[in-house]
Write a protein that binds this ligand. Structure first.
Ligand code: FES
Ligand SMILES: [Fe+2]
Length: 353
């Protein structure tokens, strides 16, 4: 694991151009860490990503540190993603200005004999590399720590990820779907869902400093082609599902089988904009190491593909934080805890619809 925190440039963070969030919601959300890329996505070339409507560029220095900056040259507003990286510097394609790892401009090629003004500098952001992910916080003042995911760093667990995927939904809707225990027996019958078992037993939600915790048993029904074999004559398999949510959009689901077998599923939803989410999804598993990685990942891709059309078509696209806007049943305890918790972060009705 590498853990290097890079500091942001001391420039007041301004709202992105064409921001789709209400300003107060954006300022709340900007105070949290979000995955920007899996570590392997940033090697020898800069990567361009949008986070909370902000256009960002990230690159790895020769020392291995990752720099996250606004994708905008302050000379004439050209995206730096049109330029290139040379050593530890970004070079703008338009007039060749160079920017170093702390954002300072190091060279103005048209006037090399003159000193570079101090104010000529790129906005950079706080970033940290952990769990094989580059995380960034736009405000530079994280309101909470990264999620606590020990299995993701445990050498007894095989860790595998799918490439980030984008859905046309809000981050909140995607996370709530991940926390929803009532839909397994309906939309997941092609993978693990058991149509014979739609009843959701009462479960408790325990709130904690980062978010909440809940545990829930499910008698899954895996088809013959599944990588997870049944342990019963009727083809079902008993799962103990342990959820831990870290506000605002990161979840860990440890699916426990008998004899200490844990299949951890990690889902961090990144709000690209108000109605678009990028999902960072990986698993960590301490058994069945003989199963080919692609088989395991294809299994997870199949489950996500079952969720996607539902979530992308929910209306409103954003999660209604006002509990009176949708109807809640007993099995929605995690959802109501989630919506209430988001409200407590300071997100308002504008975030909802
Ligand atoms: S716009 Fe970047 S150097 Fe001129
Ligand atoms: Fe699902």
């Amino acid at each position: 694991m590498s853990l290097q925190v890079s500091s942001p440039t001391e420039i007041p963070v301004t709202l992105p151009r064409n921001c789709t969030f209400k300003e107060s919601d954006w300022r709340v959300l900007a105070n949290f860490w979000y995955p920007l890329a899996f570590s392997e996505e940033i090697q020898d070339k800069p990567l361009n990503r949008i986070l909370l409507d902000e256009d960002l560029i990230a690159y790895r220095t020769t020392g291995g540190e990752v720099v996250v900056a606004k994708n905008l040259c302050v000379h004439r507003g050209t995206p730096l993603s049109l330029g290139w990286q040379e050593g530890d510097e970004l070079v703008c394609a338009y007039h060749g200005f160079r920017y170093g790892r702390n954002g300072d401009c190091t060279l103005v090629p048209a006037q090399p004999d003159l000193p570079v003004p101090k104010k000529l500098c790129l906005q950079t952001y706080l970033s940290v590399e952990r769990y094989g992910i580059i995380w960034t916080c736009l405000s530079g003042q994280p309101a909470a720590d990264l999620p606590d995911w020990p299995e993701a760093e445990d050498k007894d667990f095989r860790r595998l990820h799918i490439d980030p995927v984008e859905w046309n939904s809000s981050a909140g809707r995607q996370v709530e779907n991940f926390l929803d225990v009532g839909h397994f027996s309906w939309i997941h019958v092609g993978t693990f869902g058991n149509r014979e078992c739609p009843e959701v037993p009462l479960y408790e939600v325990e709130k904690n400093e980062q978010g909440f915790h809940a545990e829930y048993p499910y008698q899954a029904s895996n088809p013959d082609h599944s990588v997870l074999k049944s342990d019963r004559d009727d083809g079902t398999i008993q799962r103990w599902m342990i959820y831990d949510l870290t506000f605002p959009f990161s979840c860990r689901l440890n699916v426990r089988y008998g004899e200490g077998q844990t299949h951890g599923i990690f889902d961090s939803a990144v709000p690209v904009s108000r109605k678009k989410v990028r999902i960072f999804f990986f698993i960590a598993r301490n058994f069945d190491h003989h199963i080919p990685s692609e088989d395991l990942l294809n299994w997870e891709r199949g489950i996500l593909a079952e969720d996607k059309p539902i979530v992308e078509n929910q209306r409103p696209e954003e999660l209604p934080l006002d509990l009176s806007e949708e109807f809640h049943i007993r099995s929605d305890r995690m959802a109501t805890a989630y919506r209430t918790g988001l409200q407590k972060l300071g997100l308002g009705k504008e975030f909802s619809a």
